[in-house]
Design a protein around this ligand. Sequence first.
Ligand code: NDP
Length: 359
Amino acid sequence: MDSFWGYLAPLIIIIGITILHLLLPARWLKGYINRPGSEEKSIYRLNGLLVLAFSVAIWFSLCNYGNLSYNWLYLHRWEGLAGAFFTGLIFTALVVFRYKPVRKNLLADIFLGRAENIKLLNGRVDAKMWLYMVGAVMLELNVLSFAAHHNMTFGPEASAGVLTATLLITWFVTEYMFFERVHLYTYDIFAERVGFKLGWGCLVFYPFFYTIPLWSTVHLPDPGLSSFYYILPVIIFFTGWGLARGANMQKYHFKRDPNKRFLWIKPESITDGKNTLLANGFWGKSRHINYLGEILMASGIVLATGYPDIIWPWLYPLYYILLLFTREWDDDRRCAAKYGELWSEYKKRVKYRIIPFVY
Ligand code: NDP
């Protein structure tokens, strides 16, 4: 019977998160892209941080006062993954087949999606922002449950590595929610459609695959490393965070007000009279230093587990390398088409794609 609930858990959690999203207070914010067929900016209703806080609080209450054990999601992780897998497929079918084909190839339509920006309930729910929020909250619940399993198994002998990796992933999720509005300015919002990649990606891949550093190590005992060992992964993680968040925020401020400083950085830009590109600060070191930041963060989390010799956790940064290096090529094509000569000038000025002085 417990297994049955394990399969259903993702669906129940998704419904719970959606109810919280609808009921909790939210901010209405202007986005980056225009409303379809209009010159006005698209409007979004966002409350991800509050939804995350309430979801975690409800989860703790259920464990503390109810019948749930803190490691329930860990114990039923395979059923949860299967349930989420199936839910993700149904979501994809619903979100793709409701809309008219945009490509000749049906499989490409299913994978990449048809509709660009789907809004429901008078704009109260934006499909993309809802997907990211649901994925992030499910990831955090999984992570907390996985860490609880480790503590329940090893008690006072629990590893500082699991604690460190859990805190780093929690930081990753929480700061994403804190800066949720900044993600209205990202590639997924302006360049992607809602299909299997985004839908299944956020409902299944994000909440389960991103746990892989913990999934593959929480059943193991403390590796017995000195406390000094954990300083390095934390430094790597926060260096990556500084690069990714710094680049995102610099661009976000620049798009909203091209003259506004970000931290100590006064924006320098290049222009062809029609378009303008940032050419200093984070955007002067490489053309996508934020992607390097993400890869460093993922590597920091893997090292933090205390088991750098186990191969499975490394799939997480490896996935980022595959995702972000290919995305950079794609974005380069997109920007070359959009900005023309100005993009070539930017590429002459900022030579490196992702890793300064290397690539
Ligand atoms: P970017 O934030 O790098 O956005 C690229 C876009 O920014 C371009 O298409 C262009 O859009 C604009 N742009 C590029 N160069 C300049 C410039 N010099 N000056 C001004 N505008 C410029 O990439 P993403 O949207 O892909 O990623 C956003 C964040 O999300 C990143 O930090 C990324 O690492 C993170 N991310 C995280 C993932 C995760 O799972 N953790 C997965 C994927 C991404 P335009 O022409 O419209 O201005």
